[in-house]
Design a protein. Sequence first.
Length: 335
Amino acid sequence: MKDRIECPFGEGEAVLKKEPRSLSYRKYEFTVIAHYYKCEDCGEEFTTNEADHITLIQVHNQYRERNGIPFVEEIRDIREKYGLSASKMSEVLRLGENGYGNYEKGEIPTPAIGALIKTAERPENFLSLLKSHNLIKNDKAIIKAISHVEHMIREERDNPDHFNISVNFGIPNNFTGYSMLNRSKIKHLLIHYIHECKDEYNDKLKLIKLLFFTDFSHYRNFGHSVSGLSYQKKNFGPMPYCFDTILNYFEQQDIIYQDWEILVDGKAREIIRTHRNIKTNEVFNEEEKSTIDLVTGYYKNSPTEDLVKKSTELNLKSSNDTENDLIGFQENAFA
Ligand SMILES: [Zn+2]
């Protein structure tokens, strides 16, 4: 978002202002950082679509979090997991023709419907919803879905998932930047930054910082993080929660490998490398790409210590202000 724009009411220039404000939404009050412009010349205050969006998304994020309503990505992922169209999904959940599709487009479900969608996330629950719908029992898509879900239940029982590295198992909240933990995006962020940074400016700590700046800048501009990672407070600035578990996971998948370099003074630095190629076009949307380009351009040739300094200077707030605390996005990203 631009810090200064032309005033639409005259010849002056307007400056972006951010201030805490209380907004009500569906009977609840939420504190947000309101974004608006104020003209230096005529004093007129106004907003733009972009400024309104970042103000409102903070309300919507908090409303969903408070009421346990799934976020857009979760809603889409649940449907995609079962391989059904949005209209079939609406039928199974009895939501009316366009219900599910509208929720995927951003319409916010009521808490009751939110709870129903969450319930459908567990294959066991979804299976009973599928089987209990008499009208659609003979529907081809439903028959296919039933056998798919039954297969899924067997698979999950035989291969439990070992990648639960985020708080609340990847459910979007203030500590994930209201995004779901996304393995594919984390993987492609790692590959992208390993390729983009010159070798002498590339080490494990630098990657940690680049992930952090990507998520926080994206939240600052769009109200969501990119990766869904949570960040802990450390004396060297924020670091993704369970970062070594993440790296080990991708090392086992043959995505990255960890390496050491002995320096001329006899010290060593830890470097993460990859054989994989960059495919950011396939996984990131246009907004995410713009954030990644910005962070890349800004930091790829910066030494790690500059990024560490920059991240510690942010003075990020956490609940107890102690080492290892998780850092909330909402109270920190707009400062
Ligand atoms: Zn003006």
